[in-house]
Design a protein around this ligand. Structure first.
Ligand code: SF4
Length: 281
């Protein structure tokens, strides 16, 4: 099958843990690694697109199978004709290997081991530093030693981390992510993430019950960023997202996509803080 833009079908390649995606943000094919085949996450974002999402953590997975799948698909892409057979013209390049599954990847007990095997697979094909290794995370477990060890592996593989920050207020995090970690914890985890690996903030913006984020929310987010920009290792920038695909959460009917112009205005404002901002409406 040829994958269409944003075709995230986890079973598109018939594999258990590895799935190819034609990605608008990557302008090419991204190989996703799903360490959460049980659809379990410690958060419950209202816009989450994981069907049958449950609260919990990633299970033990079959690492040998993950390794076979990753090496096999990478080999077909790099040495075979996989891209010509499956990717549309204009997207026939491999841009990244992204740890981004049906839940929070850092909750996997094999998080570090999985990163190590991805680093080896990329290295053996001569792709290290040429194909990006990306960790897409809600950042909530960065304070854990095992997770930090994994982030060192990520950094050593020229990887980067995308840290979810949809709101910088307790009320906003409850409303959007259904969690209440406290902003002090979020701040500390973001600081650690930035110190351990190149880190981008990923922020999803939407209207809830018809209302876009209010002035208080937007102001708190900017204050939060200003504080982080004073750190010795600040974030690299912001990836500002709209909601591209339907939510699988009960709140789905209350969510509306914001106009692209809204996101552009927001990005302009955030750039004045001195950060690079990329927009994906
Ligand atoms: S952190 Fe990601 S996987 Fe978890 S609920 Fe939010 S969007 Fe879904």
């Amino acid at each position: 099958m040829t994958l269409g833009p944003e075709d995230h079908a986890r079973d598109a390649a018939g594999l258990s843990y590895v799935y190819p995606v034609v990605s608008r943000r990557a302008e090419g094919v991204s190989l996703g690694v799903n360490l959460n085949p049980n659809n379990a996450c410690n958060w419950r974002c209202v816009y989450c697109q994981v069907p049958g999402l449950v609260r919990g953590r990633a299970p033990e997975i079959d690492l040998a199978l993950l390794e076979r799948e990753l090496r096999g698909l990478l080999g077909e892409i790099v040495r075979g004709d996989w891209l010509a057979r499956h990717a549309p013209e204009g997207a026939r390049r491999l841009v990244d290997v992204a740890f981004s599954g049906n839940g929070e990847p850092t909750s996997s007990p094999q998080f570090r081991a999985a990163l190590e095997l991805a680093r080896s697979a990329l290295g053996e094909l001569g792709l290290l530093g040429r194909v990006k290794l990306v960790l897409i995370t809600n950042g909530s477990l960065v304070h854990q030693k095992d997770v930090q060890a994994g982030l060192r592996v990520l950094a050593g593989a020229h990887g980067e981390l995308w840290f979810k920050l949809d709101s910088a207020t307790d009320a906003g995090m409850r409303a959007l992510n259904d969690v209440a970690p406290g902003m002090a914890r979020v701040r500390a985890n973001l600081r650690s993430a930035c110190e351990l690996a190149p880190t981008w903030i990923q922020t999803c913006v939407l209207a809830l019950s018809g209302a876009p984020p209010g002035a208080d929310e937007l102001g708190a987010y900017e204050d939060f960023l200003r504080a982080h920009l004073r750190e010795s290792t600040p974030p690299r920038g912001i990836l500002l997202y709209g909601i591209a695909r339907p939510s699988h959460q009960p709140e789905a009917p209350e969510l509306t996509r914001l106009p692209a112009a809204w996101l552009e205005r927001r990005a302009e404002r955030l750039r004045t803080l001195g950060l690079e901002v990329r927009v994906y409406p």
